[in-house]
Design a binder for this molecule. Sequence first.
Ligand SMILES: Cc1cc2nc3c(=O)[nH]c(=O)nc-3n(C[C@H](O)[C@H](O)[C@H](O)COP(=O)(O)OP(=O)(O)OC[C@H]3O[C@@H](n4cnc5c(N)ncnc54)[C@H](O)[C@@H]3O)c2cc1C
Length: 216
Amino acid sequence: MTGGGIVDKIIVVLNHVTPEFVVNEAVGMPYDTQPSSELTSKVIGIKKHLSCAEHIIMNWHVVGASRLELQEHMRHRMASPTVKSTRYTIDKDFLRDYALNTEDLFVTPDLKNLPVEQAAILNAHLSFSAVSAIRAIKECKHAKIPNDYIKYLLPESLRTSFSWTINLRSFINFLKLRTDKHAHFEIRHVANEMRRKISESLAAKYVDELLNQMGL
Ligand SMILES: Cc1cc2nc3c(=O)[nH]c(=O)nc-3n(C[C@H](O)[C@H](O)[C@H](O)COP(=O)(O)OP(=O)(O)OC[C@H]3O[C@@H](n4cnc5c(N)ncnc54)[C@H](O)[C@@H]3O)c2cc1C
């Protein structure tokens, strides 16, 4: 294990975002006026009439984050997740050969901010626990123990994947909490990646502008 796997192997995909005309039409409704980007920008971005932001839905995929990140991510109740099932995927994940590289299976935190001695100790334990988990699960599979029992051997560092659908109002709350310096570095990385994907997406350009208006 070398550390620093977080940035390399977590993939964040913005699968879909509500087309702008949908929210423009909703925002125009109270004023009985022509829908427009300008009105949406004024109502959501400036007046912070955030119930209107609930008309903007984003569909995400997060691939390769740890189950540690997952449990923090799932605390955001105003969103809809569908998560990779360990019951159905333990065999596929663990019966492969990880003799050389366990970073495909487990997230290794970036250790560069730790003093060298601490990084060395932690790195050794991370390697040991990864190899131990793989060995234990292979042995249990060999003994034909059902996956619902084997699950208890899984470490929080195990990579997972999930689809996540969230409206912009809830996403604003997520971004504020999880890009903050107090958030754990892995979910902060995922939140920053999500914000970056929005800024790069043509379809989400209007969302990028709304978030910019809010200083996010
Ligand atoms: C730095 C940090 C440290 C944390 N540490 C811990 C910790 O040690 N232990 C822990 O358990 N959690 C911890 N959390 C998680 C935190 O408590 C929240 O569960 C998580 O951030 C989701 O926030 P949320 O409730 O605002 O989001 P959501 O669940 O998405 O809710 C969005 C908004 O909807 C409203 N809402 C949702 N449900 C209700 C409800 N039942 N009643 C009234 N209003 C509701 C609220 O306005 C809420 O802000 C931590 C979070 C952060 C950012």
